[in-house]
Design a protein around this ligand. Structure first.
Ligand code: CTP
Length: 422
């Protein structure tokens, strides 16, 4: 079958053609591969591209980087290289490889191989297809495991019976793709999953690898359906014996973030997975949560946000009064990570708390002073420590509408300075 790549978004098509032409110049067979092929066949939008090269993928990435004036990110150990184009389109290059697992669940040892080897090491038939992009076979689909048939019939199926024990994170991936694409894990695979869940292989994977898949699951549109499915498959234990998924809270949290996602002001300011994770771990004690955070290798910044979420009750209590001034709301919330605030918004059903949080997110958090440290400094002889304090007081006044323009800000600054005897 030949895929009409010219029907792709023009930008993506041009990249694919350019990469194919560069590979031709160096006589390197090259293919688009994996999830991208799945998404091309499903006519989904493509944002990133994965290429497999039969030969030196890093060399090709370096050549392209020079031609496009980009800096490649190279991982020689894994034979991979990444180029990030101006509009954030990510191109991943890998040398075709064989993976040999020294024991079930181990990270694979990698050897150079052919495209067929590379496809065979992949998870599901729908993710194990390739499209050739050299000029003489441009668009030819390579589908050794009937992935396109499974795509049409909506089936998630591994390539061989050892696949889940080789890599038990594939249980999470099967659920993720099943729910995302509204497919079904085929019945033979359900048996394999059941067996794997009972086997020792499940413990052979580091928690960090499971957690990376959980994070991907959390940010899926259908996250809730994924977690429900994990419960049905009795696969929740993969995430950790103590996690009790509060599906109701998870569902409230998911609908809550939708409003904030639409707000340009917050774009790029939060990690979606964290506040859903807060909903997942909400029943845990500080102690168990700290252990879990350590086991999952969560970094300090994220750790801080997650641990703050355990203070949800106290914070909600403080916000539950009706007549709070803007500056009071600011003082309660301003030190908290955005994810924690959103989580509390979802957690509580108290109307006042919700109104106060919305007021904070929609207005208070966006209030900015028109004067800066230099303006305050020019009022004369103020120590840097005092400048910070004056600015904080000015901001509170501005939030409460006591000053409106720069002149009023500076007048108030003078008054604060005088009152403090500075
Ligand atoms: N893969 C695999 N086994 C894993 C992880 C990944 O075989 N445990 C392969 C699959 O072929 C997959 C590709 O590596 O398609 C890329 O992995 P990933 O980016 O996680 O999957 P995508 O299919 O690209 O998923 P998404 O659409 O969520 O980006």
């Amino acid at each position: 079958m030949v895929i009409a790549l010219n029907k792709l978004d023009k930008k993506i098509f041009n990249i694919v053609r350019k990469v194919g032409q560069s590979a031709d110049k160096h006589s390197l067979p090259i293919y688009v591969v994996g999830g991208v092929v799945r998404d091309i066949l499903l006519k989904k939008d493509i944002f990133d591209l994965d290429f497999v090269v039969e030969g030196d993928g890093i060399k090709l990435a370096n050549i392209l980087a020079r031609e496009l004036n980009l800096k490649p990110i190279v991982h020689s150990k894994f034979g991979t290289a990444t180029l990030i184009l101006q509009d954030n389109i990510r191109l991943d290059f890998v040398s075709a490889r064989k993976e040999v697992y020294s024991y079930p669940g181990a990270l694979p040892n990698v050897e150079l191989g052919k495209l067929a080897d590379d496809l065979f090491r992949r998870d599901f038939t729908i993710n194990a297809m390739a499209i050739a992009i050299n000029q003489d076979n441009f668009g030819v689909l390579i589908d050794k495991f009937n992935g396109s048939e499974d795509l049409s019939s909506g089936i998630i199926r591994v390539l061989h019976d050892k696949s889940y024990t080789d890599d038990p994170t594939r249980i999470l991936r099967a659920v993720r793709f099943e729910q995302r694409l509204k497919f079904s894990i085929n019945s033979h695979d359900l048996g394999l999953i059941k067996k794997t869940l009972k086997s020792k292989a499940i413990n052979s994977v580091g928690q960090v690898r499971y957690f990376n898949e959980i994070k991907k699951m959390i940010v899926e549109e259908n996250a809730l359906a994924c977690f429900k499915r994990l419960r049905i498959l009795k696969a929740e234990k993969i995430i950790g014996a103590r996690i009790r998924l509060d599906l109701k809270l998870l569902s409230k949290t998911i609908s809550n973030i939708k409003g904030v996602k639409r707000d340009k002001f917050y774009q790029g300011q939060y990690s979606s997975w964290i506040f859903l994770f807060m909903a997942m771990v909400s029943p845990l004690s500080v102690n168990s949560l700290s252990k879990l955070i350590k086991r999952f290798g969560i970094n300090n910044h994220d750790r801080n946000a997650i641990l703050h979420s355990l203070k949800k009750e106290g914070i909600a209590q403080a916000l539950s009064q009706r007549q709070l001034k803007g500056s009071q709301i600011y003082c309660i919330l301003n030190q908290l990570p955005l994810e924690t605030i959103l989580f509390i918004r979802a957690y509580t059903s108290n109307k006042n708390v919700n109104v106060n949080i919305d007021h904070y997110l929609q207005r208070i958090a966006k209030v900015k002073l028109l004067s800066d440290g230099n303006d305050i400094k020019s009022l004369g002889n103020i120590a840097p420590k005092e400048i910070g304090k004056i600015i904080s007081k000015l901001l509170l006044a501005k939030i409460d509408g006591l000053v409106k323009n720069k002149k009023e800000e500076l007048n108030l600054a003078k008054k604060i300075k005088l009152d403090a005897g500075l």
